[in-house]
Design a protein around this ligand. Structure first.
Ligand code: PMP
Length: 389
């Protein structure tokens, strides 16, 4: 029996970019001591106080079908947080609770394009972006960026590809590069979006992980609220990756359609998870800072370790839990470098190629191991690159 082109075409090259990660996991399962600096997952679990709230909610009866758009208290808490952080008036009617940012990426793209339409995204990109776009029958078109320009999307690159496109997906703070889009970049992006009459899908799941500069939500820029959908999540800000709780912030009419979609697909997010999210958000910035702190600290370690060497060059890590290293001086691709580092030193990092053509010759190091182990692994990586250079 034949399956649809939309589902068989999600990974046209047969690679999902996760090969090194899967190999490292298999080696770890077989008993090897692997330092895993691969996926974006905290080395701490969800805070025990949040787990207690989840338990209380479940035992209190929040185990049935929950309101499809999200429970009122969570829609209100997300709206208040977004309004406080951006200054844009935002109410519960602007918020749709989703089973994670990933589902929000899918739903927002479904909302903006019909099969055959073009959806733009920035390269390097979070691994799943082109697959999300292809799974909807949309045509993914990458906006190229360069490491020399800190992987910032530039107006000319967007203009050259935007004719007839429906949407542009951006992500700041950025996975995989650690870049943050400053006001100039975002003004230019917003200008292009307005002039080409695009929807802007702004993935802001790392908005609490900012190490230098500031996070600006493009929904706050002039005339952008009506054409922007912001994607948020409890995953990174509150170490709740497994709880699958995120959201889309958009105009109320957009939210209305997203509710129809959710009613016919996911049917909402478990109530006890949502109540735990309400509790977590009520803890305010203190808890968010506590969750972000280990990455801030390790980013300091990265800066110290990389000083005075030129085997690898770091893209300035301004936000998110990653540092992107240029390993082109070794003459190896990112993939070959990552494979050899795993085989010879039992350290797993992600090849830049997993994140698009523009990250070739780089590796992404997730700052997700305990400090001493992380520092030792990074020193080994640098020495290994030095031997090859
Ligand atoms: N966007 C980006 C940039 C991500 O890195 C991730 C997860 N790694 C997601 C979205 C999805 O996150 P979640 O579904 O856990 O909210």
């Amino acid at each position: 029996m034949e399956l649809s082109r939309r589902i068989t075409g999600i990974l046209p090259e047969g690679s999902d970019g996760w090969e090194v990660f899967i190999r490292a996991r298999a080696m770890a399962d077989a008993g090897h001591d692997i330092t895993e600096l691969t996926i974006g997952e905290h080395d701490i679990g969800t805070d025990p106080a949040i787990l207690s709230a989840m338990d209380r909610a479940a035992r209190g009866g929040a185990t049935g079908y929950a309101s499809v758009p999200g429970i009122p208290a969570l829609r209100r808490a997300v709206a208040d947080r977004v309004a406080a952080r951006t200054g844009v008036p935002t109410g519960p009617e602007n918020v749709m609770i989703m089973p994670g940012g990933q589902a929000a990426l899918f739903a927002s793209h479904l909302a903006v394009g019909d099969p055959g339409d073009t959806a733009l995204y920035v390269d390097p990109h979070y691994t799943t972006y082109p697959g999300v776009i292809r799974s909807l029958g949309l045509n993914p078109v990458a906006i190229p960026t360069t490491p020399e320009d800190d992987f910032q999307p530039r107006r000319a690159a967007i203009d050259a590809r935007a004719d007839g496109a429906k949407s542009l997906l951006i992500n700041s703070p950025n996975n995989p590069t650690g870049s943050i889009y400053g006001r100039d970049t975002l003004d230019a992006v917003a200008g292009a979006v307005r002039d080409h009459d695009l929807w802007l899908i702004s993935d802001e799941v790392y908005d609490t992980q900012v190490w230098s500069g500031e996070h600006i939500s493009p929904r706050a820029l002039p005339d952008m609220a009506a054409r922007t959908m912001v994607i948020g999540s409890m995953s990174k800000s509150h170490a709740m990756t497994g709880s699958r709780c995120g959201w889309i912030v958009a105009e109320p009419d957009v939210i209305g359609h997203l509710i129809n979609l959710a009613t016919n697909t996911t049917y909402g997010v478990p109530g006890f998870i949502q109540e735990a999210a309400v509790f977590a958000l009520a803890q305010g910035a203190d808890l968010e800072d506590k969750v972000a702190e280990p990455f801030r600290r390790r980013r300091g370690l990265v800066q110290d370790i990389l000083k005075g060497q030129n085997a690898v060059r770091a893209i300035p890590a301004r936000g998110a839990m990653y540092v992107m290293l240029d390993v082109r001086s070794t003459g190896l691709s990112g993939r070959a470098f990552a494979d050899r580092l795993l085989d010879t030193h039992a350290i797993a990092v992600m090849p830049g190629e997993s994140y698009g053509k523009c990250a070739a010759g780089h590796v992404r190091v997730a700052m997700t191991a305990e400090d001493d182990r992380f520092a030792a692994a990074l020193k080994t990586l640098v020495a290994f690159a030095g031997e090859l250079s």
